[in-house]
Design a protein around this ligand. Structure first.
Ligand code: ZN
Ligand code: ZN
Length: 358
């Protein structure tokens, strides 16, 4: 039961070390992390005994069927949801309650309902747990990476002169979903021509033309876990400038990959790629951080930026995605999702790096 294990890990971190004796989880993704299925409204972890999950009638039967090891409470439409949780927290004799995330008004109401116990906003324990993926999560992310690779294979086949960006995206998404992927981790980016110079270039009805750079940035999900991968193509023969930009990004991405392992900081890895791109004369066109963490969310900690001096730990999953974007000319980005290990990183997204579609 990986999910109950995660609840116990939270108790260990937040109760034994953090000084809390209750945890109230409202963030939907955090609930998904501890439960493994969506549709619940809150999760209360008491000092002793089963955690209680709160769910409205629309999702009640599903929660009962899937929430093994949890106490499932039905919230009726006419019931005061917060009062119900507060009563339980007081019954469990919670004295210091951590709450992961809450709107301001709900926060005020919750404090009102609770009366006595001390309440603190705290997401750090859950964030630390989610940062290091367990074996089950790594298995799911590996599959998400494979499915994303299948999507990229489709891109290699369909990117050609006359194809519209959204047609390419449709073929990519079909290839992923028809093999068992969930919804995409984010809106697929197929950005051609001058739009390739916008890092978040979207996907329009533009027809791809001979000589275009085409940035394809996609991600499948598998059982709620995300993946993230980018390749850039040139339709037709690349110009020498396109080739030079491409080669620079490719080497920068590989250098960061080779330097990646537990104990190295995100800032160090960002610097590896940035120094190389700067030395090649394109530093001003690398306009974003090296990457970001990936998990249940496609953008989550750790940030792979020049300001994040924290050391990466084994089991965290991050992207390595340098890019060069020359306004009015076009852009190149190459991205893989990496699993950090003690002695090096493993690519969870794999696939050829050809500049020209096959
Ligand atoms: Zn991406
Ligand atoms: Zn990314």
């Amino acid at each position: 039961m990986p999910h109950l294990k995660r609840v116990n890990a939270l108790k260990e971190a937040a109760f034994e070390e953090g000084g809390f004796d209750g945890y109230l989880i409202f963030n939907g993704i955090n609930q998904l992390y501890f439960l493994g299925f969506p549709g619940t409204s809150a999760l209360l972890v008491p000092p002793d005994g089963e955690a209680t999950l709160y769910v409205y009638s629309v999702n009640y039967e599903q929660a009962k069927a899937m929430g093994k090891g949890f106490n499932v409470e039905l919230v009726k439409a006419n019931e005061n949801f917060l009062a119900k949780i507060a009563k339980k927290a007081v019954d469990c004799k919670i004295k210091k309650l951590a709450v992961d995330a809450l709107g301001v008004q709900t926060w005020v109401n919750l404090i009102d309902e609770l009366g006595g116990p001390k309440v603190e906003v705290n997401n750090s324990h859950i964030e630390s747990l989610r940062l290091v993926k367990d074996e089950v999560e790594i298995g799911l992310m590996r599959r998400a990476g494979e499915l994303t690779g299948e999507g990229m294979k489709a891109a290699f086949e369909v990117v050609k002169p006359g194809a519209k960006e959204f047609e390419v995206a449709a073929q990519i998404e079909y290839a992923m979903r028809s093999r068992g992927a969930g919804p995409t981790a984010f809106e697929s980016i197929v950005a051609s021509g001058q739009c390739s110079a916008f890092p978040h270039g979207g996907c329009s009805g533009r027809e791809i033309r001979e000589g275009d750079l085409v940035v394809v940035d996609i991600g499948a999900t598998y059982q709620y876990y995300c993946s993230d991968m980018t390749r850039t193509f040139v339709v037709g023969k690349p110009s020498s400038k396109q080739q030079k930009i491409y080669d620079t990004v490719k080497v920068a991405q590989q250098k960061a990959f080779e330097a990646a392992k537990a104990g190295v900081s995100a800032a160090d890895l960002d610097a590896v790629a940035r120094k190389f791109i700067t030395a090649a004369g394109f530093g001003q066109y690398f306009v974003h951080r090296l990457g970001h963490g990936v998990g249940l969310e496609v953008h989550e900690p750790p940030s792979m930026s020049s300001t994040n001096k924290n050391k990466l730990v084994a089991g965290c999953v991050v992207t390595d995605e340098p890019g060069i974007y020359v306004p009015g000319f076009g852009g190149v980005r190459i991205e893989d999702t990496l699993l950090m290990g003690l002695h090096g990183a493993e690519r969870l997204t794999t696939g050829p790096y050809n500049l020209k579609p096959a």
